[in-house]
Design a binder for this molecule. Sequence first.
Ligand SMILES: [Zn+2]
Length: 251
Amino acid sequence: MASNVDGYVPASAMVVVAHPDDAEFMVAGTVAKWARRGAEVTYVVITKGDKGSEDPEMTPSRLTAIREAEQRAAGAVLGVRNFEFMGYEDGYLQHTLELRRDITRLIRKYRPEVVMCFDPTSRFISDFYPNHPDHRASGDATVDAVFPSARDRLTFPELLTDGLQPHKVKQLWLGNAGQPNTWVDIAETLDLKRQALLKHPSQLAEDIAGFADQFARWAAQGQEMMFAESFRRIIFDEPFATPATRATGQA
Ligand SMILES: [Zn+2]
């Protein structure tokens, strides 16, 4: 089932992550490649990232502003067109119906072909990193918002009164996945990924650029490419849907 989707470019992609800088680690090379080829990319950052400092002089509100600016600068390097900052508190994220509804609202607003988020089943990323709880919660809420909440007219009916019609996402791409089935060759955009990571100086030292190379080589292991980002890709197919159901929310 392994696939290298070098030729696939969605018309639009929405990246939903927990913190400013998550997207750069997980998808920067892929979205830069897609944006170059005309995809409209939207970043959704759920928390303010306002706990990410050990500086006793730093305040949460100052850090929020710094990290939003860093995220916009990093996205600009990659060609990201839209940014949404949801303003949830860093470190305390939970998979609630409120969070699922708020993400559903954004999916219905931007109507992306592809949604990318953390694989919520990844409890331990490696022998030296248990996955951050905000990452897991953001992945759970996003997967559930994509399917079935964004699709189903009668779920969160309050969104209809806001004029947001149901929307069917065509593909879900899960990053930090324990069982990837898709590899994207990012050799042509690896330098943009490095530059984007370097736009987060409040979080990342300059040697992050070297680590970006290592991560990309590691992700490419066993594939016929040098540098990769890997994903578990879910392609929605509804062979049992009625014609009326199929028509609902189709772009
Ligand atoms: Zn994070």
